[in-house]
Design a protein around this ligand. Structure first.
Ligand code: PLP
Length: 432
């Protein structure tokens, strides 16, 4: 198979490189359509869809086009019931508590919208939370006078108790909601959500778990965890089509919980179907076919290895840990957390580029990421915990994802590329 960079600017790699040889992914990579000229190490941001899922998606799209009126008016509701059933079994909840929603960003905003905050109410978040949630909270602070309290969780971190302690320590008598990730995005930490949920229950405070990274990465039983709200994504670790996520609302908070957008069907009188289901069955004309493929993704991934999803998660975690060991040894980095906080991703703190290099233009999130893509054909995120300002420079981080698609050789290749690029930055620093 041709493993050379494309000669014209393709999805992966630079035409400047010519014939650099890339390491092969795993044998299972044949099931995905990712560019073979790219070392793809970021299933955490967007999981690629396996072939079976893409084929199912094509079929659903063709079905819509045969009779869109029947699809939207008659079939969709019943098809979504099937999705709720299968997905509910996968994430550990009853189907009637589950709202399909396009992504975690919309699901988080829907919870904030539905809570009806008053001026002076406090929301506890922490410095590892994903920006779509914190941006929405900043807007709430501005418009509704909500006070956003940000607990500081260290990174690197030695013990999950440090995270739980920081978050619990920020709760006061004015706290209306705690928001925390199940697995953090930038820093890849599997967080001690059980501990924080228990504390919230004890204090009568609502808690929203942002599980965008959880389904498919760690075993999930939402009703056993029993937070107040849980949001998640299917298009990351479950490799479902893009634009597929969910919102779970505990039964005692469902009355009056409405979608942020009320569709043309919202006021229809129907005795046969609870409003919570109807609100999220249909949120206006849209492409709902990705959501219908989520059960196909659950099945396709489970069938790739003999031990099904348990083995998918086990293998990915083992590969993530092995990748961490390899890259740390090659690049002189150190692990960011104990093994107990690792799922299928690991994040490592990187040395800073010299201050004179600050403000360099970047296509992605950091010029180092651009260099890894353009000069080495590796797609891996480099970003920052903290604002990246002079006052709050934060920590520069590389995050490695491990999926069945990947091989350990890909991370060793990344390690070599990273060493070259970091040395290049140091040289610039010395001569600059
Ligand atoms: C923890 C977390 N929450 C929310 C999101 C937003 O997900 P989406 O872009 O699917 O809305 C992400 C995306 O990476 C995330 O990592």
């Amino acid at each position: 198979m041709d493993r050379h960079f494309p000669t014209a600017c393709g999805a992966g790699g630079s035409p400047l490189i010519g014939a650099a040889t890339l390491p092969a992914p795993s044998a299972l990579a044949a099931r995905w359509r990712l560019d073979k000229n790219l070392v793809f190490l970021n299933f955490g941001s967007y999981g690629g869809c396996p072939d079976e899922v893409l084929a199912a998606h094509d079929e659903y799209r063709a079905r819509v086009e045969r009779d869109p009126v029947r699809f939207f008016k008659v079939d969709l509701e019943r098809l979504l019931d099937g999705v709720r059933e299968k997905v509910g079994a996968f994430v550990g909840c009853r189907p009637e508590n589950l709202a399909p929603i396009r992504n975690a960003t919309m699901a988080l905003a829907t919870v904030f919208f539905s809570k009806g905050f008053r001026a002076g109410d406090e929301v506890v978040t922490n410095n590892h939370e994903y920006s779509s949630g914190t941006n929405e909270l900043a807007r709430l602070a501005e418009r509704a006078g909500v006070r956003v309290v940000t607990a500081e969780v260290p990174f690197p971190i030695a013990d999950p108790a440090e995270a739980a302690g920081a978050i619990i320590g920020a709760i006061t008598s004015r706290t209306r909601l705690v928001v925390m990730s199940h697995v953090t995005s930038c820093t890849s930490l599997v967080m001690p959500v059980e501990r924080v949920i228990a504390e919230c229950h004890a204090r009568g405070v609502d808690i929203l778990i942002d599980g965008a990274h959880a389904p498919g990465q760690i075993e999930l039983d939402i009703e056993r965890l029993n937070p107040t709200y849980y949001v998640g994504s299917f298009h990351k670790w479950m490799c479902a089509p893009k634009g597929t996520g969910f919102l779970w609302v505990r039964a005692d908070r469902r009355a009056g919980f409405r979608s942020a957008m009320l569709s043309s069907r919202a006021a229809k009188v129907r005795e046969d179907r609870p409003l919570f289901l109807r609100d999220f069955d249909y949120m206006g004309t849209d492409d709902y076919t990705g959501m219908l493929c989520v059960p196909h993704a659950i099945e396709a991934m489970a069938k790739m290895v003999p031990g099904g999803w348990d083995e998918v998660r086990r293998r990915n975690r083992a590969l993530a840990l092995e990748a961490r060991g390899a890259v740390c040894a090659m690049a002189g980095l150190r692990a960011g957390c104990p093994d107990s906080m690792v799922g299928s991703m690991v994040s490592l703190a990187l040395p800073e580029a010299d201050a004179s290099l600050a403000g360099r233009a970047t296509l992605y999130d950091d010029p180092l990421q651009d260099a890894l893509v353009e000069k080495h054909g590796v797609q891996v995120p480099i970003w920052r915990l903290g604002e990246g300002t002079r006052e709050n420079p934060g920590v520069r981080i590389i995050r490695l994802s491990a999926q069945l698609y990947n091989s350990i050789e890909q991370y060793r290749y990344l390690g070599e590329a990273l060493v070259k690029e970091l040395n290049g930055e140091r040289a610039l620093k010395q001569t600059g």
